[in-house]
Design a protein around this ligand. Structure first.
Ligand SMILES: Cc1cc2nc3c(=O)[nH]c(=O)nc-3n(C[C@H](O)[C@H](O)[C@H](O)COP(=O)(O)OP(=O)(O)OC[C@H]3O[C@@H](n4cnc5c(N)ncnc54)[C@H](O)[C@@H]3O)c2cc1C
Length: 420
């Protein structure tokens, strides 16, 4: 059989969503020769190709910033070419504002191109991960396909930021899967939005989100609505057809009120809007109910987007798959389930776990060890020097009433931003 061409790098990152971008940039800054592969032609993943244009907050509802680092840099990149702005009153507990923003997916793509080039990350767009090779329990190389054909990439370390744990699966790691309700986010133009923008002199009102289907907990759909697996080819196609069908229904309903020339869709997602597909079984599984829990290997804090009253610590072990060495997982495929998955899968949390994977990879490479051997204390010291908060107890006394507040459905944050 013909030998396929082969390249080598220090770190290979699979998937250029926010998690993969953060991982690759963090590692590159620490001197690792980093290759980032991406099957689409855009960086940003669901945030851009999926049209998920809400960068969820880095702060809680009491006006305290809890997530830092590249997650904050990416928030600023998302609004660099407009529209969007950080609400000036986000530090005020009763303002209802938080440190996040809406953004235009196209603007975010343009900013991410610049960001990745500036940080010397070697990006291979239009490149699909196809296979992985493991020997003696350690991931050694992968095979990818693009217009050049099949190519082998060997690396000392790997980050799975595919959102779907594709690399972990190819490597033979244990994982869990979850079904999803129909959901689709897209952009529309409307005369009503245009009038409102003109009257107020505020062009941000032109960025009109048009979504159909369910919130994260299935709201808006009948109770027995079918749920889909994003990890079976046939179901992915069915999901895409069905989501676009319900979007058509929504467009027709709007047009019956406003007319075809005054309301129409203008941009559709180019990847399926699955929230949760596959997540690795890591050295620790972060679970429902573990909000307000301190872990000695905490690598960062996330404020629950559903209300912002609850704070979660993310343990380093959720990024380390159980069986396969030399591999870290970032973003929406880390080891978390239930409520914890709801919190760790969103944009700012994905950027944070991405950065931590990049930093952990660089420190491991320097010490000639695998990430599972990296002392959490050393990693935490490095993250702390970057301004990370690593212990929720540093936030001070938490009001009992805040702890008891039950999280709400995703629609609540949409309203929050719509009203902001
Ligand atoms: C309907 C919906 C609403 C949401 N609402 C919000 C919200 O309001 N705010 C918020 O912050 N979050 C929201 N989220 C969640 C959020 O958008 C994502 O979970 C987050 O962006 C995940 O980032 P990621 O980098 O982990 O993964 P992804 O964005 O999924 O990125 C993974 C990347 O890997 C690439 N990839 C996958 N497989 C391969 C392969 N085999 N080879 C090469 N490349 C591959 C993909 O193309 C993609 O670019 C929502 C999600 C959905 C679906």
């Amino acid at each position: 059989m013909k030998k396929i061409p082969s390249v080598k790098c220090d770190l290979l990152v699979v998937g250029a969503g926010v998690a993969g971008v953060a991982a690759a940039v963090a590692a590159s800054r620490m001197g690792l020769k980093t290759i980032l592969i991406e099957k689409t032609v855009f960086a940003g993943g669901l945030a851009t190709s999926g049209m998920i244009l809400h960068y969820l907050p880095l702060s809680d509802s009491l006006g305290r910033q809890v997530t830092f680092g590249i997650a904050e840099e990416l928030l600023m990149e998302s609004i660099k070419y407009g529209p969007g702005a950080i609400p000036p009153d986000w530090r005020m507990p009763k303002s209802g504002s938080r440190l996040g923003s809406r953004f235009s997916p196209a603007s975010f793509v343009l900013a991410l191109d610049e960001y990745l080039l500036r940080e010397n990350v070697e990006v291979w767009f239009d490149t699909l991960l196809c296979a992985a090779k493991v020997s003696n329990g350690r991931l050694r190389s992968v095979e990818v396909e693009n217009k050049s054909g099949r190519i082998k990439i060997s690396a000392d370390l790997f980050v799975d930021a595919s959102g779907d744990a594709d690399l972990a699966k190819f490597a033979g790691a244990d994982f869990a899967e979850q079904t999803n309700y129909l959901s689709i986010w897209s952009l529309a133009v409307s005369l009503t939005a245009a009038k409102s923008a003109c009257e107020s002199g505020d062009g941000t009102k032109l960025l009109q989100l048009l979504h159909a289907g369910a919130g994260n907990a299935g709201g808006n759909l009948p109770q027995n609505a079918k749920k889909y697996l994003g990890t079976i080819g046939k179901e992915v196609s069915e999901f895409l057809f069905e989501t676009r069908r319900i979007l058509r229904e929504k467009v027709i309903a709007e047009q019956s009120v406003h007319g075809k020339n005054n309301f129409y869709p203008i941009a559709l997602p180019s990847m399926a809007d699955f929230r949760t597909t596959r997540r690795v079984s890591g050295k620790y599984l972060l679970k429902t109910g573990e909000k307000w829990t301190h872990f000695d290997d905490c690598i960062g804090l996330v404020a629950d987007w559903r209300g912002g009253w609850d704070i979660w610590e993310i343990p380093f072990r959720t990024l380390i798959p159980c069986e396969i060495r030399g591999l870290l997982c970032a973003g929406r495929c880390i080891s978390s389930e239930g409520e914890a998955w709801e919190v760790t899968r969103v944009i700012q949390a994905a950027a944070m776990t991405g950065e931590v994977c990049g930093v952990a990879a660089a420190m491991s490479k320097k010490a000639s060890i695998c990430p599972d051997e990296l002392p959490p204390g050393k990693l935490r010291a490095e993250l702390s020097s970057r301004g990370y908060l690593l212990d929720l107890r540093e936030l001070g006394e938490i009001p009992e009433s805040a702890k008891k507040t039950e999280p709400k459905e995703e629609a609540s944050h949409e309203n929050f931003y719509d009203n902001a």
